[in-house]
Design a protein around this ligand. Structure first.
Ligand code: GTR
Length: 638
C-alpha cells in the first residue's frame, strides 16, 4: 500500500463508501485575520496597475510572437524576482515500487479505476517522493484530468464521482509531500533535495513553498502525460486557497497545463495586491514567511511600488483558458480584487485575438460569467472548494479545452497510447514475441536465412557488430500492419547506432541522441530520411529505453507500385515522437535489400512487394546495442 500517512488505505477505502460526496477540501487554516483589515470598499486607495503587456523597455507587445519572445519573459521574471522566486529546474520522475490499480464503484454507482502510485522526484534513492491518487473514469479513449494538491493527505480526499461522470479524471497529492507547510518546512521540502539553501539568509529571489508546490505539480504532470489513459493535451491544474496560488504559479511556469483554475486564492494568488482590501502583503508574509521569495515581504505596506501585480500572474496563462473563482463571504481573499485582476489580465488574451471575460461588470453571486477564455464566478458562502465550484470548472473546461477527440477519431489520433512507464513491459495478448528475456531462442535469422551470430547475454540480445554494418537480423515472422515494441540499451560506441527496420524499408532510428536539440532525421525517434522526432525523448547510453510503433504498411498494386502511403505513430520513452508520419517509397540506400543483400533477402523483398507482408530487422550499425522484449502484434488489415 502506498499511503505514507496515518489512516492508510483502509481508511481511504472507507471514506469512499461512507463519506458524503463533497468535492473538495476544507483548509486547515485558522484565520487569524488582522484587526486592522480593511473591508470597506470606499477606503480602497486609488492605484495604477503596471502594464501587463510591457516589455523590458516599457514598450507593449504588439503581436503574440512579440509577447512570447520579449514581453512574457520580462513579466514572468518580475514575478520570479518579486513574488515566487526563480523557476525550479525539471527532474526525473520515476515510479517507486508498484503502481496499484483497482476497479472501484464510487458514490452514485460511478465506476472508476483507482490508481495509487508513489513518484520519486529526482535521481537517487534519497530523492523526495510524492503519493499520487488518481481516479480514471471508464472511457474508451484518453481522458482530460483535473490535477490538484490537497491539504490533509490522499486518504482524507473524497472522491469526485460527479467529475468522473462528466468524463474527467481526478488526480491529487498532498502538498505537504512537496513542502511541509510551516515556516521551518524548507529542510524537509523538495527544495533541500534540489540543493537549494535551507537556512541562513536567503537570496531575495530564492523560491519558497509556493514555487515548490508548483514544481511538484509539474513533476506529477510529467508522470500523468506518460499514461496511456490520460489526454496529455488536457491536464487542468486546480487549487484552492494557498494551493490556488500554487496552481496559478504552476500554470505560469509550465505551459503544458492546458487550463488553470484558481479557487479563492486571494493575496499572493488571483487578488490584486495594490487593493488594500482583505489580506495584505504584511499579513501574509508575517504568518507565512516560507511561501514566497524573500523579496515579497519587502513590499509590505508599499504594494504600490511593486513592479508587478497579480493580474500579471493571471496573464501568464494566456491564451490558455483560465478560471477564477471567488466566494462572497471570503472577504479575506478579496473577491472583487480577484475579479478585477482577471479584467486587468484580459489584454494578454486579446493580443491573441481571443476573448477574455467578455464583461467588465462584477457579476451577482452564483452567476458565472465568461464567454471567452476567462471564466469567473463569485459563489455565495465562504472560503471553501465545493461541488458548485467543481461543476463550474467542468462547464468551462467542456467549452474551452482544445483537442477534444471526437468519438470516431482513428487510432493515430490518440488511441495508440502504449504504457511505457515501467520497464520491462509484459507482452500484451496477441503479441508475437521475437525475443523476450532470453529464456527462448530469438525468432530471427541472419541475412542469409541461417542462424544468427548475435549473443544472448543476461537476458538481452546483443548486436554482433561488423565493419560493413550489415550484420542485421531478420524476424521469422512476416506481418503487414502491426504494433511493434522493443526495449533497448544504447552503447556509446559508434554513436549508439542501430535501428528497427520496419519491413526492411523504413528505419525507426536508434542512436545516442540524449540532449540533442533540435533532434534531426538522424536522431533517435526519427523515421530515418522521412522525419525527425516531434521531441527528443532519447535517454542516455546505458539506460533502458522503449519504443512502441504503430506501423501501417503502404499498399501496392499488382505491379508493386504504391497506391496508398504508409504511416507510423511512435512512442519513445513515454513521449509521442511520430504522429501518423506518412511515407511512400523507401529513401535510404542502406536498406538490407540493397546494402549487404543476399539471395535470401531478395526473396524476402519479392514476397513483401507481392503480399504486403514483411519482417522486422534489428540493425547492426557497428554498435553493440542490447535488446529485450521485442514483439510484433499484427493489426487487422484495413
Ligand atoms: C490563510 C491565508 C490565505 C489563504 C488561506 C488558505 O490563512 O492568509 O492567504 O491562503 O490561508 O490557504 O487556506
Amino acid at each position: 500500500m502506498l499511503n505514507k500517512r496515518a489512516g492508510g488505505s483502509a481508511g481511504w477505502r472507507k471514506s469512499l463508501w461512507f463519506l458524503p460526496v463533497v468535492l473538495g477540501v476544507v483548509p486547515v487554516t485558522s484565520m487569524l485575520h488582522a484587526a486592522d483589515t480593511n473591508y470597506d470598499e470606499s477606503a480602497v486607495v486609488a492605484y495604477t496597475l503596471p502594464d501587463v503587456l510591457a516589455g523590458p523597455d516599457g514598450r507593449p507587445a504588439a503581436t503574440p510572437e512579440d509577447w512570447k519572445a520579449r514581453c512574457r519573459p520580462h513579466q514572468f521574471a518580475l514575478l520570479e524576482n518579486n513574488v515566487y522566486g526563480r523557476r525550479l529546474p525539471p527532474a526525473t520522475v520515476m515510479v517507486v515500487g508498484e503502481l496499484e490499480r483497482a476497479d472501484v464503484t464510487l458514490a452514485g454507482g460511478v465506476q472508476a479505476t483507482r490508481l495509487q502510485v508513489r513518484l520519486r522526484l529526482g535521481d537517487g534513492p534519497q530523492a523526495p517522493t510524492v503519493d499520487l491518487l488518481v481516479y480514471l473514469p471508464k472511457a474508451p479513449r484518453p481522458v482530460p484530468v483535473f490535477l490538484y494538491l490537497n491539504f490533509k493527505g490522499n486518504e482524507a480526499e473524497h472522491a469526485a464521482p460527479a467529475m468522473l461522470a462528466r468524463g474527467y479524471c481526478v488526480a491529487t497529492a498532498c502538498y505537504d509531500d512537496i513542502f511541509p507547510d510551516k515556516p521551518d518546512g524548507r529542510a524537509g521540502s523538495v527544495l533541500a533535495a534540489l540543493g537549494r539553501p535551507v537556512d541562513g539568509e536567503l537570496a531575495p529571489d530564492e523560491p519558497g513553498a509556493i514555487a515548490a508546490w508548483a514544481w511538484g505539480l509539474s513533476r506529477i504532470l510529467d508522470w500523468l502525460v506518460r499514461q496511456p489513459e490520460i489526454d496529455a493535451t488536457r491536464v487542468i491544474v486546480v487549487g484552492h486557497s494557498r494551493n490556488g496560488k500554487a496552481a496559478l504559479w504552476a500554470g505560469a511556469c509550465d505551459e503544458r497545463f492546458a487550463m488553470v483554475v484558481s479557487n479563492e486564492s486571494g493575496c499572493g494568488g488571483a487578488a490584486l495586491e495594490r487593493r488594500n482590501y482583505g489580506e495584505t502583503v504584511a499579513d501574509i508574509t508575517k504568518r507565512f514567511p516560507h511561501w514566497f521569495c524573500p523579496a515579497f515581504a519587502t513590499y509590505a505596506g508599499r504594494e504600490v511600488e511593486m513592479p508587478t501585480d497579480q493580474h500579471v500572474l493571471l496573464a501568464m496563462v494566456a491564451p490558455r483558458p483560465l478560471y477564477v473563482a471567488s466566494a462572497i463571504d471570503d472577504r479575506w481573499a478579496d473577491p472583487r480584487g480577484e475579479f478585477l485582476a482577471a479584467i486587468a489580465a484580459e489584454p494578454a488574451w486579446k493580443l491573441f485575438g481571443v476573448e477574455g471575460l467578455g464583461t467588465a461588470e462584477w457579476p451577482p453571486v452564483d452567476a458565472p460569467v465568461g464567454t471567452g477564455r476567462i471564466g469567473y464566478h463569485v459563489r455565495s458562502g465562504g472560503h471553501d472548494l465545493l461541488e458548485y465550484d467543481w461543476q463550474r470548472f467542468a462547464d468551462f473546461a467542456d467549452r474551452n479545452l482544445p483537442g477534444v477527440q471526437p468519438p470516431d477519431a482513428g487510432p493515430a489520433a490518440g488511441v495508440f497510447r502504449p504504457a511505457q512507464d515501467m520497464l520491462p513491459v509484459p507482452p500484451p495478448p496477441g503479441a508475437i514475441v521475437l525475443f523476450g528475456d532470453g529464456s527462448t531462442p530469438p525468432a530471427f535469422t541472419a541475412m542469409n536465412g541461417g542462424p544468427i551470430d548475435w549473443k544472448v547475454e543476461n537476458g538481452t540480445l546483443v548486436v554482433t557488430t561488423t565493419k560493413g554494418h550489415a550484420n542485421h537480423i531478420v524476424s521469422k515472422e512476416r506481418f503487414q500492419d502491426a504494433d511493434i515494441h522493443a526495449e533497448f540499451v544504447v552503447d556509446p560506441a559508434a554513436h549508439g547506432n542501430s535501428g528497427l527496420y520496419l519491413h526492411g524499408h523504413y528505419e525507426m532510428q536508434i542512436y545516442d541522441s540524449f540532449g540533442v536539440e533540435p533532434p534531426t532525421e538522424q536522431d533517435e525517434g526519427a523515421l530515418y530520411r522521412f522525419g525527425p522526432p516531434l521531441v527528443n525523448a532519447a535517454r542516455r547510453p546505458g539506460e533502458w529505453q522503449v519504443y512502441d510503433i504503430r506501423f501501417i504498411a503502404p499498399r501496392r498494386d499488382s505491379a508493386g507500385r504504391i497506391t496508398k502511403a504508409g504511416s507510423v505513430t511512435a512512442w519513445l520513452n513515454g513521449k509521442l515522437v511520430q504522429d501518423g508520419l506518412t511515407f511512400t517509397e523507401p529513401r535510404s540506400p542502406y536498406t538490407p535489400y540493397r546494402h549487404g543483400v543476399t539471395d535470401y533477402l531478395r526473396g524476402v523483398e519479392k514476397e513483401l512487394l507481392s503480399t504486403g507482408r514483411g519482417p522486422l530487422f534489428l540493425q547492426d550499425h557497428g554498435s553493440p546495442t542490447r535488446y529485450r522484449n521485442v514483439w510484433v502484434r499484427p493489426l487487422a488489415a484495413e
